[in-house]
Design a protein around this ligand. Sequence first.
Ligand SMILES: NC(=O)c1ccc[n+]([C@@H]2O[C@H](COP(=O)([O-])OP(=O)(O)OC[C@H]3O[C@@H](n4cnc5c(N)ncnc54)[C@H](OP(=O)(O)O)[C@@H]3O)[C@@H](O)[C@H]2O)c1
Length: 228
Amino acid sequence: MKILITGASRGIGFFLMQKFLSERQQVYGTYNTTNPSVEFKKHLSKVDISDHEQVVNWVNSIVSANDEIIVVNCAGNNYNAVAHKADIQKWKKVIDVNLVGSFNMINAVLPYMREKAYGRIINFSSIVAQKGIPGTSAYAASKAALWGMTKSIAAENARKGITINNLNLGYFDIGMITEVPEDILTHIKKTIPVQELGNPENIFNAVKFIIHADYLTGTSLDINGGLF
Ligand SMILES: NC(=O)c1ccc[n+]([C@@H]2O[C@H](COP(=O)([O-])OP(=O)(O)OC[C@H]3O[C@@H](n4cnc5c(N)ncnc54)[C@H](OP(=O)(O)O)[C@@H]3O)[C@@H](O)[C@H]2O)c1
């Protein structure tokens, strides 16, 4: 089994890579702008996920027809701006990474998965797409689009042993959340029924559940401490 994790240079992707490596799995990750430490260099390749050619070349360099492949589409970025003041290039960049980047990976791995009649694709969506939060139109649009894309691709590949699902994450104590100012974070925590940020172990457990659940496809798991 080969586990391909995009955005494995830091945050959730890095956490998942470490967890799978500790289980002695074959893990291949990507970084883009964060240079990996010496310890993890051999597991990481430089790939801009929004560039289709780079993604295809990376996948082709790792995967062969006989491999069982798991894809964890974790790479993501964010741009906060109210719509009437948004910079259109920055807005589009979020779509290019979060939506098109995920699709680039899917497009590159599906021929191998269909040949092998096995595959797992896990996309990363967000509670932000489920709520109307001012300033998040690019991020929310990119993450909501994953739901429709996932259903369509699930139906196309359901008879091929391939599942594709999303994790709709709430607020986790890792990664992007560290950029949120302390006062806003305090407010966010109060709105979560569990009253605390999520432990990333939950994400690892969910990824493993999806890997083992062959009847789960085209859907999303909400992991958010009861927040809606
Ligand atoms: N943390 C949360 O609470 C939370 C909540 C909801 C959803 N999510 C989702 O979970 C995923 C991981 O989030 P995170 O918090 O771990 O984010 P993060 O700490 O900001 O890390 C983002 C990762 O994405 C990579 N990346 C960004 N642009 C890229 C590009 N063009 N090509 C390749 N890689 C690129 C980064 O690589 P470099 O640094 O090497 O450029 C980095 O490894 C994201 O999809 C995010 O939307 C997170």
